[in-house]
Design a protein around this ligand. Structure first.
Ligand code: SF4
Length: 202
């Protein structure tokens, strides 16, 4: 008998299951606390990496210096950023993974395998996906094998619905200092694409 695929869960049920997840709890120094924002009406997906420690403590995505810089790059307010009808915020690792020798550890690999497809499935109104950082790049654009900087520089080649960004963390200040073109040329184009994706709803 052919397998019948199970129907997608309603978003509220899906989020309840995600928030109860303990799949990789043994690897999480502060325990599970998935941090995301999801509404099927969202126009822009922020495909991020994993919450940092401060975000874990507040449970609010990008409620830190990285978020302040990201909102400035996008040319939007906090109110717009936290409106789930505008932005879905779904990192490839939903819980804080802990700290390594040179910064936060990578997102837990179990997480994307378990949750990414069901969490992205309801997002049928997306106009734009912002792929932030190398772990999100590996998931969303696995064909990009030239590294993050080249993937950002190739922004004209990813089509109208995908933009690759470096992480907006202060730890990337040296990268920003070496790549002046990013804020001089890339950011104005990015703001235009964000405004186009949100046109008519704010
Ligand atoms: S990181 Fe993902 S897989 Fe691990 S406990 Fe959190 S939600 Fe579950």
């Amino acid at each position: 008998m052919p397998l019948i695929p199970s129907a997608p869960l309603p978003v509220a049920s899906l989020l309840a299951r995600v928030r109860a997840c303990t799949l990789c709890a043994e690897h999480l120094p502060l325990g599970p606390r998935p941090v995301l924002q999801l509404d099927p009406a969202a126009r822009i997906l922020i495909a991020a990496q994993a919450p940092g420690r401060k975000v874990h403590q507040t449970g609010i995505p990008f409620n830190d210096a990285s978020g302040d810089r990201l909102r400035a790059w996008l040319g939007i307010t906090r109110a717009q950023f936290y409106d789930p009808r505008l932005f879905a915020i779904v990192p490839v690792g939903l819980c804080y993974p802990g700290r390594g020798v040179s910064g936060d550890l990578p997102p837990r690999p179990e997480c994307a395998r378990r949750w990414r497809a069901p969490l992205l499935q309801p997002l049928t109104q997306l106009q734009l996906t912002l792929v932030i950082g190398r772990y999100a790049l590996s998931y969303h654009l696995p064909q990009e094998r030239t590294g993050l900087t080249a993937a950002v520089q190739n922004w004209r080649q990813h089509g109208p619905d995908t933009v690759v960004l470096p992480h907006s963390s202060p730890s990337n200040n040296r990268w920003l200092g070496r790549n002046k073109w990013f804020e001089q040329e890339f950011i104005p184009s990015l703001r235009t694409r964000v405004a186009q994706a949100l046109r008519g709803i704010y």
